[in-house]
Design a binder for this molecule. Structure first.
Ligand code: S3P
Length: 452
């Protein structure tokens, strides 16, 4: 939400079937990285399909503040980068708005430079833990000149004259932490090594290779990945076509599964296996999702998806799958509310430190809409009501609207719920959706949803 703007409530109501084809915007993770790598590479990078949501536009501002020239020409974003090792000291604090990914990636990128960078964010981002990124950066010689208690934003970092390459085992499964260390390693002489026990999204590794960095990835028998990056190498501008975001597609996918008689098609969806945990889970639940025209584009797997309404059944989602669907648990919980029986989501404690405490926000929203659910420290159990009979009602009578806590995915999840529940569902604020999926409301209306 643009700072200072008023919350904007919205209500979703049951209407007819959802039908037709929808163009899902570009993947957020790949969009951030396209701008970031383009901004530090030598020469020109051309990006098409960039997600033009608030989070990514804040990364555009950050790269500009660090010396990149970025312009839009027709549907393409053209970036003239500084060259690796040649970022400029920003003249003022950099504001990342709501974006944890933007903030943490640029902390790694700029933090290891011998200059000061101050990182700012909105009320949600200012509550989120930054120690997970700052701790490894300190091992590389980065100083924290200023921060709020508990290593929260605003934070000012200053890098050493020469950053030290490190070997770092990431303590929580986090692509942001992994990426921050690798990005700092770009400005350190020698080899920076990152070890992750659980594979997280690997867009940073893929794009580093695509921009010409020397890196090696080794996967052990137990799945542990060791990533070695040679620092201070040359990165060269390249052309990038951003595939459609599976984490955004998740909302119309679940909507089509739970709204009776729906049949929708979504093209060019990113199918990187580190991102497809939700699709696997929904198919296990009995979801009719056809994966069509599987192909490759720009080094990533993509496919078209046809989704039809389905009779869903509750399942147990193993903790081992969490990293591949970490952003999709709120909308999976909504699917679970319409499934027969119980759905158990295990080892999902990371949800407590996202744009909001998503375990608490989902449980509160489900309960307000009549769904039986139970929340543990790192798990959630939802008991479904096929057909959505008796569900909904937040925002009517004396039930307050669903509290979205500046969290785009909580907002979209509960609007999806209102499309299929017996009674409408009101959320307290639709504006955070602009951070990741600005087209959500018109796109869902185009498919037949009633949002007012
Ligand atoms: C992201 C990593 C994930 C995810 C976020 C995007 C990325 O965060 O939740 O939306 O692009 O690297 P964590 O690294 O905190 O798991």
């Amino acid at each position: 939400m643009a700072s200072g703007s008023q919350p904007l409530p919205m209500t979703a109501s049951r209407h007819g079937a959802l039908a037709g084809a929808a163009a899902i915007p570009g993947d957020k993770s790949i969009s951030h990285r396209s701008i970031l790598f383009g901004g530090i590479a030598s020469g020109t990078t051309r990006v098409t399909g960039l997600l033009e949501g608030e989070d990514v536009l804040n990364s555009v501002k950050a790269s500009r503040a660090l010396g990149a020239a970025i312009r839009k020409e027709g549907a393409s974003w053209i970036i003239e980068g500084t060259g690796n090792g040649l970022l400029l000291e920003p003249g003022e604090p950099i504001d990342f708005g709501n974006s944890g990914t933007g903030c943490r990636l640029y902390m790694g990128l700029a933090g290891a430079y011998d200059f000061e960078t101050t990182f700012l964010g909105d009320a949600s981002l200012s509550k989120r833990p930054m120690g997970r990124v700052v701790d490894p950066l300190k091992l590389m010689g980065v100083q924290v000149l200023d921060s709020r208690e508990g290593c929260r934003l605003p934070i000012t970092l200053r890098g050493p004259r020469v950053a030290a390459p490190v070997e770092y085992a990431v303590p929580v499964p986090s692509a942001q932490v992994k990426s921050a260390v690798l990005l700092a390693g770009l400005n350190a002489p020698g080899i920076t090594t990152v070890i992750e026990k659980v594979m997280t999204r690997d867009h940073t590794e893929r794009m580093l290779a695509g921009f010409g960095a020397h890196l090696e990835v080794e996967t052990a028998g137990d799945g542990t990945r060791t990533i070695r990056l040679e620092g201070q190498g040359r990165l060269s501008g390249t052309d990038i076509q951003v595939p459609a975001d599976p984490s955004s597609a998740a909302f119309p996918i679940v909507a089509a599964l739970i709204v009776p008689d729906s049949d929708i098609t979504l093209a060019n969806i990113l199918m990187n296996p580190a991102r497809t945990g939700l699709i696997t889970t929904l198919i296990e639940m009995g979801g009719r999702i056809d994966i069509l025209n599987e192909r490759e584009s720009g080094g990533e797997a993509i496919a078209d998806l046809r989704v039809r309404s389905s009779d869903l059944k509750g399942v147990s989602v193993p903790g081992a799958r969490a990293a591949s669907m970490i952003d999709e648990y709120p909308v999976l919980s909504v699917a679970a509310a319409f499934a027969e029986g119980e759905t158990l989501m295990e080892e999902v404690g990371e949800l407590r430190v996202k744009e909001s405490d998503r375990l608490a926000a989902v449980a509160a929203g489900l309960k307000a809409n009549g769904v039986a659910c139970e929340e543990g420290g790192d798990w959630l159990r939802v008991t479904g009501t096929p057909g959505g009979r008796g569900l909904g009602g937040a925002g009517s009578g004396d039930i307050p609207p669903v509290a979205t806590h500046l969290d785009h995915r909580i907002a979209m999840s509960f609007l999806v719920m209102g499309m299929a529940s017996e009674r409408p569902v009101m959320i307290d604020d639709v504006s955070p959706i602009a951070t990741s999926f600005p087209q959500f409301v018109p796109l869902m209306r185009e498919l037949g949803a009633e949002l007012g």
